[in-house]
Design a protein around this ligand. Structure first.
Ligand SMILES: Nc1ncnc2c1ncn2[C@@H]1O[C@H](COP(=O)(O)OP(=O)(O)OP(=O)(O)O)[C@@H](O)[C@H]1O
Length: 227
């Protein structure tokens, strides 16, 4: 299997001297293409910091991240933003959708921002897959939380990214919608050979991953394969 994402000696500190915190403390990590990886750990253990560093959103104090062999933090901001739009999809706890736009506009936004071409057949396929065909023209505020997260997932998939980063994507959903969203992430992995990295504090959600990485005090304390 190919390694799609590699993190080398990732350190992120906040504060100075006596107040210095190691949010990530010398983390090395390799993620295989097409795998579904859960990052788990207690509140404050460093999960979100690690995910944001892997996704090019927070620059580490030390270390480097390579996606498809390209070093994220050697890129300038403009290049990194474009690379992120093209090669990464994001699903966050608070959906991050634009409420004054309809479902379809939200889904294609990253492609528009990148002046990319829309593959209509593929777009319709994911809209159907995510059960959004009847909601295409609805505004975001007209949707339930579960539906909003399905829009976020459609948006993440629309640009056919190399990898999807999901940070507590079920944190704001009830049990039924949570299961739906996690099942859909799993389907995205299988059907489109997506690599998925999911941060969660919920062990049950983590149990559907192929690999579970446990973080404590900014360090990997366990790394278990489930396949
Ligand atoms: N912007 C920041 N400024 C200062 N400290 C921060 C910042 N972001 C995170 N931290 C600290 O870094 C540590 C790791 O935080 P992080 O949010 O990564 O943990 P987490 O495991 O994702 O927690 P949670 O499950 O509660 O979201 C914590 O001690 C946190 O207080």
């Amino acid at each position: 299997m190919n390694v799609i994402l590699e993190a080398k000696d990732i350190v992120k500190t906040y504060g100075y001297e006596d107040n210095k915190i190691y949010a990530t403390n010398h983390i090395d990590l390799q993620i295989e293409e097409g795998s579904f990886v859960a990052i788990v750990g207690r509140s404050g253990s460093g999960k979100s910091t690690l995910l944001h560093i892997l996704a090019g959103l927070v620059k580490p104090t030390k270390g480097e991240v390579y996606l498809e062999g390209k070093s994220l933090y050697e890129m300038n901001d403009h290049t990194l933003t474009r690379f992120r739009r093209r090669r990464m999809g994001f699903v966050f706890q608070f959906f991050n959708l634009i409420s004054t736009q309809n479902v379809l506009e939200n889904i294609v936004l990253p492609i528009h921002l990148d002046d990319g071409e829309i593959d209509d057949d593929y777009l319709n396929e994911i809209i159907n897959l995510l059960g959004l065909e009847e909601k295409k023209n609805s505004f975001i505020y007209e949707l339930s939380g579960g539906q909003q997260q399905r829009v976020a997932l459609a948006r993440a998939l629309a640009s056919k990214p190399a990898i999807i980063f999901a940070d507590e994507p079920t944190g704001n959903l009830d049990a039924k919608s949570s299961k739906e969203v996690v099942d859909l992430l799993k389907i995205a992995q299988r059907k489109y050979h997506e690599t998925v990295i999911l941060v969660t504090h919920d062990q049950e959600i983590a149990s559907i991953a192929d690999r579970v990485i446990t973080i404590e005090d900014g360090k990997i304390i366990q790394d278990t394969n489930h396949i």
